[in-house]
Design a binder for this molecule. Structure first.
Ligand SMILES: [Zn+2]
Length: 414
């Protein structure tokens, strides 16, 4: 008989019986991992939380934007993920949980657990659907953090209110509105949205969706380019099949996938160590270079390294290398130079002192390869074969009653 974790019988009873032992082993092979099981007075399962040590450690060097996603399980209950995006645009798992549903009690418990591994901070931004109990729980548990609505989900809602206009055009306009870089550009596009899509405009205005919850120009914190659960990588499709399985095989599938991501990306990172910036930003700047180096640049302030740049259309921008800012605001939000910032840098390097400043210093440290490397510096281990488990008796003996929602035997994973 196989001792592999994935062959633990898929019946709910067996899965819950071995849960404490499984979590114990998971913590043993992944130092710094936090797992928490909440049982009720009669030892019936309520909630489960897992945050892998390697992921929590990696988040310390990552943009502080967390998307929260809930996925319904076939046997009832909800699988919840908190995830970030690594600087090269890959989804990065932080923590996950199994709860009874998307309600205030379960969200509050989940965020309290999350806070025990990721402390509250004014730098933190949560992105989610407009689930009121979720948003309320974030506000209570993470009072310093900020919350933004997932732009993609909002777009899907707004599309339903399109009237006499193509739904997809309404959706596209809403996404564009969410992504303008200056208030002037937003206002002018919003006026046009009001005229072209009056019913959708009315919905946005009247259902109390504050602009600072979805439009980049009004968002009070650094959200970078992360404005939808999708840009942070939906987990729903990745674990679609596993959400039909019993608890331990599902957990094992999730951890196995995260482990694979770590191994694959560790490899990509090691091949990129010869550049100071992650490939996504390196390539972006490389592509802009061909245009930027031809733009006319004029020095305005040699102390702040402020330059005036005229683009191909004759429009004038001011970019400041010391402040890492440009009047187009792209640099300010994305945290790496825009076309004008790059033109200013090229001018500086050629005419002033190229040795004084490297291009990576004009980007947020979150895009530096050395930081990216730290995010994957540890190995994420799966729970080994049961034959090698060494679980203390007092843990083995803890009884867990499966939740009421599990009424019938689950399928064995095949
Ligand atoms: Zn610019």
């Amino acid at each position: 008989m196989s001792n592999h974790v994935r062959d633990i019988p898929g019946s709910p009873k067996e899965s819950y019986k071995m849960l404490y032992s499984y979590l114990y082993m998971l913590e043993q092979v992944n130092p710094g991992t936090k797992t928490c099981l909440k049982l009720d007075d009669i030892s019936k399962f309520e909630y489960l939380f897992i945050a892998l040590g390697a992921c929590i450690e990696g988040f310390a060097v990552m943009r502080k934007v967390i998307a929260v996603e809930g996925i319904r399980l076939k046997n009832g209950g909800v699988l919840v993920f908190a995830k970030a995006q690594d600087p090269n645009g890959q989804r990065y798992p932080l923590a996950f949980a199994v709860v009874d549903g998307e309600n205030l009690a379960s969200w509050t418990w989940f965020f309290e657990m999350l806070k025990s591994v990721i402390p509250d901070s004014s730098e933190l931004v949560f992105i989610s659907t407009r689930n009121q109990s979720l948003i309320f729980a974030i506000g209570n548990v993470f009072p310093q953090a900020h919350h933004g609505h997932c732009l993609w989900h909002l777009k899907e809602k707004v599309k339903l209110h399109a009237c006499n206009v193509n739904k997809n055009i309404v959706g596209q306009k809403l996404m564009e509105l969410g992504r303008y870089y200056t208030v002037d550009d937003f206002n002018s596009a919003y006026d046009s949205f009001k005229i072209r899509c009056p019913a959708a405009y009315k919905y946005v205005e009247e259902c109390g969706i504050e602009k600072d919850k979805w439009a980049r120009v009004f968002f009070p914190r650094d959200r970078y380019n992360l404005d939808t659960s999708n840009t942070l990588g939906s987990m729903k499709n990745v674990f679609k099949e596993a959400t039909r399985w019993a608890l331990i095989p599902m957990l094992d599938c999730i951890i196995r996938k995260f482990s694979d991501w770590f191994t694959q990306r560790k490899d990509v990172v090691s091949r990129s160590m010869n550049t100071r910036l992650v490939p996504r930003v390196e390539n972006y700047l490389h592509d802009l270079w061909a245009v930027a180096h031809k733009l006319p640049v004029r020095e305005l302030d040699s102390y702040e390294l402020k330059y005036e740049i005229t683009d191909a259309a004759g429009k004038v921008f001011w970019a400041t290398l010391v402040g890492k800012t440009c009047t187009c605001k792209v640099w300010d939000y994305e945290k790496f130079p825009c076309l004008h910032g790059l033109a200013a840098y090229i001018y500086f390097a050629r005419n002033v002192d190229g040795r004084r400043l490297d291009i990576h210093e004009l980007c947020s440290k979150y895009y530096w390869t050395e930081m990216w490397h730290l995010a994957y510096s540890r190995t994420l281990n799966v729970v080994p074969d049961m034959a090698s488990w060494n679980v203390p008796d007092q843990i083995k003996e803890v009884k867990i009653i499966p939740p009421d929602r599990i009424k019938r035997q689950g399928r064995k994973r095949v």
